[in-house]
Ligand binder design. Structure first.
Ligand code: BMP
Length: 218
């Protein structure tokens, strides 16, 4: 367990596969989203699943019926988890969770986003979304590594029920060990790994930083 999830936002199929293979020993999962899937097609999910579990980041945000149809496609394509928005409400989230449980897969709910704009409209509703996600039986939450104090607050609110995965490390200014100390279970890292001269070394360093934090050496 490295506590690192790679956000693989490259748009070239071969590059994606090369990086996934390179970093596999230092990441626990690979998050794929619109950039890579729109560029290469849904099949990339099964190709990358050879290296790590796949989290499909579609930020699903529609009415329950459409959410259901989207999640069916995502799980049929071989993803192990899907990321959905929480602001569309409980019925929309329930639809995703129902489909996920049929496939024995997981749902992560975004409570508040990591960019500066994520504090504008989402932060005031983030705690309500986190509570809803816990009540609905989601597997986890996506919460911002750029604001570890918010992760701490959300962790306190939901207890240990949900897994927190946290983007915003590196390129967006967050520090992996800080957000792990604040209560996140995994960090999500994109550019700092896939744009590094050696993605493998970059992933290894982040994993080592987290390991030191968990051992209490920081
Ligand atoms: P990077 O480490 O390059 O900043 O990438 C972060 C990844 O996490 C991107 O795929 C981005 O879309 C995603 N993400 C985020 O940065 N903040 C959020 O609040 C939610 C996300 O899914």
């Amino acid at each position: 367990n490295t506590c690192v999830i790679l956000a693989l936002d490259v748009t070239d199929r071969k590059e994606a596969i090369r990086i996934a293979e390179d970093v596999r020993e230092f990441v626990d999962a690979i998050k794929v989203g619109y950039p890579l899937i729109l560029a290469t097609g849904l099949r990339i999910i099964r190709e990358l699943a050879e290296f790590a579990p796949i989290i499909a980041d579609f930020k699903v945000a529609d009415i329950p019926n459409t959410n259901r149809l989207i999640c069916e496609q995502v799980f049929e394509a071989g993803a192990d988890a899907v990321i959905v928005q929480g602001f569309t409400g409980r019925d929309s989230l329930d639809a995703c969770i129902e489909v996920a449980s049929e496939y024995r897969k997981d749902v992560f709910v975004v409570s508040e986003m990591s960019h500066p704009g994520g504090a504008e409209f989402m932060q005031p509703v983030a705690e309500a979304i986190a509570k809803m996600a816990a009540e609905a039986g989601a597997f986890g939450l996506v919460a911002p590594a750029t604001r570890p104090e918010r992760v701490k607050r959300i962790r306190k609110l939901i207890g240990d029920k949900l897994t927190i995965i946290s983007p915003g490390v590196g390129a967006q200014g967050g520090k992996a060990s800080d957000v792990i100390a604040a209560g996140a279970d995994w960090v999500i890292v994109g550019r700092s790994i896939y744009k590094a001269e050696s993605p493998k070394e970059a992933a290894c360093e982040i994993a080592a930083e987290i390991e030191a934090e968990l051992r209490g050496e920081n």
